[in-house]
Design a protein around this ligand. Structure first.
Ligand code: ATP
Length: 372
């Protein structure tokens, strides 16, 4: 059938109805996911959401309860781990301590009795910029260098898919930043599919071209980092990908693509995600950096939504930015990140202020969920 043809012609990784239950607990729940070939894909979610279990099923280290794993048209659901064109880099690098760096990377090739071991290992060590360290033992390298050895050892097998399970988790912040850039460079250079599991939203957003946000065993939303950030479809995604102010409101009317909401007695315009019924309740979401703060009555350059009656309750000056907490007339405190470019007024605790934002910067979320 044409459906099967389409199935067979997809050259990426395709998970269908993938489920893993441990006794009565379902860790991965009927998961459908397409990972395009050659993409840097991040599986992002809080601890316990099922990311590692998903990755382990792709690697063959965990047997699915049901569902299928298809890689470049081949169903590998029942294939033995070592026969899958998949390699994993773990947080614990699992290097051989008694072998030097060169032999650690060469290990897979020697075991398969491959030719050109010398030149292939050299090429791989150059890729991860460890050529000069070839004759050292793992213990003589830094954490970041050991991580790169683990990467080289996985990449030398030329897998179709490289799985990275919190690979930078053991590194300190500064080293993690430089390894993020390094990993992106290597992925671009080798052009393989990378699937990176992390609970760190910043890491996922800075590295991946596509991010799937996972929660309680299911994918809540998937897309390019900026798209997820600007257009979250649930309060979970909105909150997981950075700070957001969520204010309750009710639909008053609609004109074109814009919904007018009654937000605690103030009319605000919000882009309409779908059709809404009058008096339906929802969450109006606005990121702190999209909110402008001004003195009462000050004409701020954001046409649209102006919210009077705020009182500053906290000020944190960061140099490049100032972060405020502002108590609104209905009692809620909103976050405001002001970029200190050009001449800006620094408000103080107790100052009366008004907030404003452009309607198109806000997003509207369904009310039928927890705003945590
Ligand atoms: P973390 O980042 O903390 O590793 P995760 O998103 O990777 O979290 P998983 O490791 O996939 O989460 O675990 C998902 C859920 O399945 C957790 O609640 C975990 O306790 C449970 N789980 C995982 N492996 C097993 C197992 N072998 N037996 C029973 N429960 C398990």
């Amino acid at each position: 059938s044409s459906g099967e043809d389409r199935e067979a012609s997809y050259d990426g990784l395709r998970l269908r109805a993938l489920t893993k239950s441990f006794a009565t607990f379902t860790a991965v729940d009927d998961l459908d996911l397409d990972v395009p070939r050659g993409s840097f894909f991040a599986l992002l979610g809080p601890s316990g959401c099922g990311k590692t279990t998903t990755l382990r099923m792709v690697a063959g280290l965990e047997t699915p309860t049901s569902g299928s794993i298809v890689l470049a048209g081949d169903d590998i659901t029942a294939t033995k781990p070592y026969q899958r064109p998949v390699n994993t880099v773990f947080q614990s690098y699992a290097l051989f301590p008694h072998l030097d760096i060169f032999e650690n990377v060469a290990f897979g090739l020697r075991r398969r009795k491959q030719k050109n071991v010398e030149s292939e290992v050299k090429e791989m060590l150059d890729l991860v910029e460890l050529g000069p360290q070839a004759r050292k033992r793992p213990a003589q390298l830094s954490g970041g260098q050991q991580q790169r050895v683990a990467l080289a050892r996985a990449l030398i097998n030329k897998p179709e898919v490289l799985l990275l399970d919190e690979p930078l988790g053991a590194l300190d912040l500064k080293l993690r930043r430089s390894m993020q850039i390094e990993l992106k460079r290597i992925q671009t250079e080798v052009g393989l599919t990378f699937i990176h599991v992390t609970h760190d939203q910043e890491e996922a957003m800075t590295m991946a071209d596509t991010v799937a946000v996972m929660n309680k065993g299911v994918i809540e939303q998937m897309g390019a980092p900026a798209d997820l950030y600007e257009n979250p479809r649930s309060t979970f995604v909105a909150n997981f990908l950075g700070q957001s102010n969520l204010v309750e409101g009710a639909v008053v009317g609609r004109s074109g693509d814009v919904v007018t909401m009654d937000m605690h007695g103030i009319a605000v315009s919000v882009p309409a995600g779908r059709s809404h019924t009058t008096s339906e309740r929802g969450w109006i979401g606005i990121r702190p950096e999209k909110v402008l703060i001004g003195a009462p009555g000050e004409a701020l350059d954001a046409p649209g939504n102006t919210i009077p009656g705020g009182v500053v309750t906290d000020v944190s000056f960061f140099g490049v930015s100032t972060q405020y907490l502002v108590r609104m007339p209905w009692g809620q405190e909103l976050q405001v990140f002001q970029q200190n470019t050009g001449r800006v007024t620094i408000f103080r605790t107790g100052d009366r202020v008004e907030l404003s934002w452009r309607p198109e910067y806000a997003f509207l979320l369904d009310h039928a969920q927890d705003a945590s």
